[in-house]
Design a binder for this molecule. Structure first.
Ligand code: SAM
Length: 283
């Protein structure tokens, strides 16, 4: 027995039925249920693709993902990036930390806007890409739970799509608050907990064509609010961009054509990113 594309598509179809069973016309429910049975038992070749998706630790997983990270279309980044840009573009020029900067996606944007950027990440292969793109930027190896950055030394910080990989929010959030000066700003983005609770994780195809995943932890809003309050961070705004049809097509990994209505019913409208705009309490 192996994990196949059929398991994924049948699961999506079941979720689509669950989400619409009280709102859709009963005839449509019958059709969707009959379609689910055909998906479960039919012999379409798209449903027989074997999916070997080993789980990696953060550093091993992102080491494998690094070469492809900026090349593969990514539904989450498509939704997250405009929201984060709109928030950080309001910051006055200053010293800005990109914590868990990866290949430097936000660091590049911040540097282009005239900030003095410090980047920190735990995965050397991700940092190597950032260093190639930003040879003059201060990029440091380090962990979110013990940032190699002086206390109150940055005017603002971004931490994008990384806290999902931390089992507990307290240590990294405390560190982020420590390094931002009183009154400074912080933008935190993450994979939305609703997606994580639906079984999604940081799934990737490495340059060698092999799939993998890095475990995501479902941090609920209550968890974030407790961690922010304990660290002296005040919430200014919370934004939850939701997947539309184009993002769902990306999330389907090329399988949307097998069951378009099921993918739409299941995943359109579910938030994919969670973005917090925060301010550090004045001392
Ligand atoms: C999904 S990538 C996001 C990279 C970049 N922030 C972006 O949004 O494109 C997650 C990054 O977080 C880093 N990361 C995860 N946990 C970390 C930790 N505890 N300390 C430092 N970096 C971490 C990984 O190495 C990886 O580069």
């Amino acid at each position: 027995m192996s994990r196949t594309s059929r398991h994924y598509v049948v699961g999506v179809a079941g979720l689509g039925i669950l989400r619409t069973w009280l709102s859709a016309d009963p005839d449509r429910m019958d059709e969707a249920t009959a379609h689910l049975v055909r998906l479960a038992t039919g012999n379409q070749p798209e449903l027989g693709i074997a999916l070997d998706v080993p789980e990696y630790g953060v550093v091993d997983g992102y080491a494998r993902w690094a070469a492809n990270y900026d090349l593969m279309p990514n539904a989450l980044i498509r939704l997250e990036e405009p929201v984060v840009h709109a928030l950080v573009d309001a910051w006055p020029k200053g010293v800005v930390l990109d914590a868990a900067c990866g290949t430097g996606r936000h660091a590049r944007h911040l540097a282009a806007r005239g900030h003095r950027v410090i980047g920190v990440d735990a995965t050397p292969e991700m940092l190597a890409h950032a260093r190639r793109a930003l040879p003059d930027t201060d990029l440091r190896d380090g962990d979110l739970a013990a940032l190699p950055v002086e206390t109150a030394s940055v005017d603002a910080a971004v931490c994008a799509l990384a806290l999902q990989h931390c089992e507990r929010l307290g240590p990294p959030v405390t560190e982020l608050a420590r390094v931002v000066r009183p009154g400074g700003r912080l933008v935190v983005s993450d994979f939305h907990p609703m997606q994580v609770l639906l079984g999604m994780s940081a799934f990737f195809i490495a340059a060698d064509g092999r799939a993998g995943q890095v475990r995501s932890h479902p941090h609920l809003h209550a968890d974030y609010l407790a961690a922010f309050a304990a660290a002296g961070l005040r919430v200014v705004r919370c934004v939850e961009p939701a997947a539309g049809e184009e993002e769902v097509a990306l999330m389907s990994g090329g399988l949307m054509g097998v069951a378009p209505d099921a993918f739409r019913d299941a995943l359109v409208g579910i938030p994919a990113a969670l973005v917090w705009d925060l301010v550090r309490d004045p001392a």
